[in-house]
Design a protein around this ligand. Structure first.
Ligand code: SF4
Length: 371
């Protein structure tokens, strides 16, 4: 399991970031960016390490734009259903932390879930992601919800707390996509921001969750970190390393790389300050992911504003969203604008805005596309 080698890999990445390279080395990377091969960890480390060099940034961004259009020039749509916003944990960066008494909490039952699913079907969404806080999941209900999404001919994805192989087997199949964020690969930071003696606080249990899901039969897995919890360069390289390890060991292709950025919401009283990640840095990271996993899906999330969604779609991301609710039942009353009443600050830009963004970046909205 990756937890057994993560210390060694982290050291390797730290060393890579300290090492120098010859001009020949750069020429080799540039030749790859011109061709069709994914870049490897060492190339990515070099490019990120020199990210303050405008020349390299330009090359990376234009190469990622080329790759993005090489694999597809369309944009799909994915939407979350937050079916349970209770959470027993108190992660310092998260608006759903149990100490937050400001945000609204709720839970879908099967009937209210089906009502939301119908609304999203009418809006044209073909990929539905089930999301919940860390609670004791009713696996029977989860199985029924996943089946209902599939029965409507849609792709089901889920983003939940880490589970055992046996638990994954009870509700997910090889058609489904697991999206799992390590948050940060830096163990010191991880320990400071996640409560001890909880499942989420167990760094190794979390890092191996994707492998337990693969052992349960899943083939489509997504990885990522939450930008803003650590220096982004280290974490981006760890995601690349983790992804390439999984691809090699299990003979699969990473289905999705997530690029969420920390957006503090109302009622989040934590003293955690985080690390600022600029728009340019997030774009650069997304571009590097695109070059390392050219075929992977990437979502320009509504954590970002319209301009940033456009930049991300143009260079790297393949999916986005035009309406969003982070509250059970929220799709029954569609609202558009910027909101700070849930897990993070988010925008719900509306259909016309998003179609304009996509088309003005010479991309094509594709409502048939799904995971
Ligand atoms: S990050 Fe997840 S486990 Fe932690 S408080 Fe938020 S919803 Fe709960």
């Amino acid at each position: 399991m990756y937890s057994e080698i993560v210390d060694e890999r982290y050291k390797l990445i730290t060393n890579l970031l300290m090492s120098g390279h010859t001009a020949n080395f750069l020429d080799n990377i540039l030749a790859k960016l011109d061709g069709k091969l994914p870049i490897d960890l060492i190339d990515a480390a070099y490019l990120l390490n020199n990210a303050d060099n405008i020349y390299i940034q330009k090359i990376v961004l234009s190469a990622s734009m080329k790759y993005r259009r090489y694999y597809c020039n369309d944009v799909g749509f994915i939407v979350p259903i937050y079916f349970d916003t209770r959470c027993q944990n108190n992660c310092k960066y998260c608006g759903m932390a149990s100490s937050n008494t400001v945000i609204s909490r709720g839970k879908n039952n099967y009937k209210t879930f089906l009502e939301e699913l119908d609304i999203l079907g009418e809006l044209g969404y073909n990929t539905i992601e089930l999301v919940a806080g860390s609670v004791s999941y009713d696996l029977n209900l989860l199985r029924k919800m996943m089946s209902a999404i599939r029965a409507k001919g849609k792709s089901a994805a889920f983003c939940l707390d880490s589970l055992s192989t046996d638990e994954y087997k009870q509700f997910a199949t090889e058609k489904d996509t697991m999206i799992h964020f390590q948050e940060t690969y830096n163990q010191d930071i991880y320990k400071k921001i996640h409560p001890l003696n909880t499942k989420k606080g167990n760094y190794n249990y979390r890092i191996d969750a994707v492998e337990r899901a693969i052992l349960a039969g899943l083939k489509k897995v997504g990885l990522g970190i939450l930008f803003g919890l650590n220096k982004f360069i280290e974490d981006v390289l760890m995601v690349i390393d983790h992804g390439k390890y999984l691809e090699l060991k299990y003979n699969l292709k990473i289905k999705l790389i997530g690029i969420p950025r920390l957006q503090i919401t109302a009622g989040c009283m934590s003293d955690f300050k985080g690390f600022e990640v600029s728009n340019q840095e997030l774009l650069l990271a997304a571009a590097l992911y695109r070059l390392a996993f050219p075929y992977a899906e990437m979502v320009a999330t509504t954590r970002e504003d319209n301009n940033m969604i456009g930049d991300l779609l143009s260079h790297a991301a393949t999916y986005t969203n035009f309406c969003c609710s982070l509250t059970p039942g929220g799709y029954k009353e569609l609202k558009f604008g910027t909101f700070i009443d849930s897990q993070f600050q988010y925008h719900s830009p509306g259909y016309e805005n998003i179609i304009n963004i996509i088309e003005s970046n010479k991309l094509v909205p594709n409502f048939k596309k799904s995971f």
